[in-house]
Design a protein around this ligand. Structure first.
Ligand code: UD1
Ligand code: UDP
Length: 384
């Protein structure tokens, strides 16, 4: 009899990172996959589903404008409980560190449904950074039965917290599966942005700095300092193009558009679908970001990344020398970016391909471990 695996995700990064696993599990013998989108994100999630040709079996449509963490959590808990009641999964798979991840885990735990945590074991050690993600992933880890750790460092974090070794599988990160798949697709199709895309306005041969930023702990003063740094850099380097796909969170939109609108060489654009964003990362000279996923993708493409945060849960990226933490102080961001733009040697030291997050086969590793987990569980039930 097939085992029902219920995959739950709700935001853009979860969907990008679960999409390759969904493709694998859909075809896996003995597994009946049910995909539930909580709809924590709307447009930004739709973009991912379209890019990967993925359809969900259920959409809980929880997103509201400017949602609060507690309001969102309440709606998720209520709707997920009903979804679990209806689907009766053998296991629930959640991803990473969002409110969807933790609440989907909690709702499953309350119903005695086992939980598999994909992208488990990332830690900064600081509950305030990133906020609330560090708490979400730790809390999910406490509830999970199976931990799919992307790296050995993540496994070691879990071991230190008392998770038994046999509950952990080091798999690589499925984001590399997604990235390599999309890059191949773009290359094979000789893909270019359409003529009506704002990206078609980018001038060939000019250097481009790609920016993303949305972290809650940077809201307010942090965002203001980041935007002032970008304004200063755009003035200093009129021959460099700055492209910022602005996250749809209203707090981010307000902060970014109020400081950076109306400047010739700053292109503020809507969130890009995954085809366009991978194309942008490939085209970029430097990437400035506070995103988690981009810190994993950019080194695989050999792009230097300056991380607009004080700490990272992805130390493997730092060790390769392709990713550097620069924080959110205006002066430091301007100095570090200027160095990469002015000093070819400093640039060359960071522009190297580095792949600590896997070989593009993380999804198969996860599926195999899941299959073994079902076998072990079924055997122990037969023995009982
Ligand atoms: C969420 C996650 C964060 C993740 C990020 C990825 C939490 C608490 N935060 O942050 O960990 O890194 O997603 O992008 O889980 N909005 C739209 N359309 C969309 C998406 C968002 O309009 O498609 C707006 C809505 O007004 C929404 C607001 O953004 O209320 C905030 O969305 P939310 O998911 O709560 O937080 P993010 O900042 O997106
Ligand atoms: N991304 C995208 N379009 C964009 C910006 C980012 O497709 O306009 C992708 C990016 O390649 C990465 C993921 O979204 O895979 C990161 O999502 P986000 O920054 O929203 O969240 P985080 O990784 O910080 O949780």
């Amino acid at each position: 009899m097939a085992h029902t695996v219920m995959m739950v995700f709700g935001t853009r990064p979860e969907a990008i990172k679960m999409a390759p696993l969904a493709r694998v599990l859909r075809e896996w013998p003995g597994i009946d996959l049910h995909i539930c989108s909580t709809g924590q994100h709307r447009e930004m999630l739709e973009q991912v589903l379209t890019a990967f040709g993925l359809t969900v079996d259920q959409d809980l449509k929880v997103m509201t404008q400017n949602q609060t963490l507690n309001g969102l959590s309440r709606d998720l808990l209520d709707k997920l409980d009903k979804a679990y009641e209806q689907v009766k999964p053998d296991i629930v798979l959640v991803h990473g560190d969002t409110t969807t991840s933790f609440i989907a885990g909690l709702a499953a735990f309350h119903r005695h449904i086992p939980i598999g945590h994909v992208e488990a074991g990332l830690r900064t050690g600081n509950l305030q950074q990133p906020w609330p993600e560090e708490a979400n992933r730790r809390l999910t880890g406490v509830l999970a039965d199976l931990h799919f750790a992307p790296t050995t460092k993540c496994r070691d974090n879990l071991l230190r917290e008392g998770v038994p070794l046999e509950h952990i599988e080091v798999t690589g990160n499925t984001v590399i599966d997604a990235l390599l798949w999309m890059r191949k697709h773009l290359e094979e199709a000789h893909w270019q942005p359409a003529a009506d895309s704002p990206l078609a306005a980018l001038v060939d041969g000019q250097r481009m700095v790609l920016i993303t930023g949305h972290r809650r702990e940077n809201f307010g003063a942090g965002f203001e300092r980041i935007c002032l740094a970008l304004a200063e850099l755009a003035l200093r380097y009129p021959d460099v193009q700055f492209v910022y796909p602005v996250h749809l969170n209203p707090q981010v939109q307000k902060a970014v558009y109020s400081v950076l609108s109306g400047r010739d060489n700053i292109h503020l654009v809507a969130p890009q679908d995954y085809q366009h964003f991978v194309w942008l990362m490939n085209r970029a000279h430097i990437i400035l970001t506070d995103s988690g996923g981009v810190q994993e993708e950019a080194p695989a493409l050999g792009k230097p990344v300056l991380v607009l945060r004080k700490v990272t849960e992805r130390p493997s990226a730092l060790e390769g020398g392709t990713v550097k933490l620069v924080g959110t102080l205006t002066e430091r961001i301007v100095r570090e970016t200027s160095q990469l733009l002015d000093d070819p040697e400093a640039y060359a030291r960071m522009a190297r391909v580095h792949t600590p997050f896997g070989d593009g086969h993380a999804s198969e590793h996860i599926a195999k471990r899941l299959e073994r987990w079902f076998e072990e569980r079924d055997t122990s039930r037969d023995d009982a």
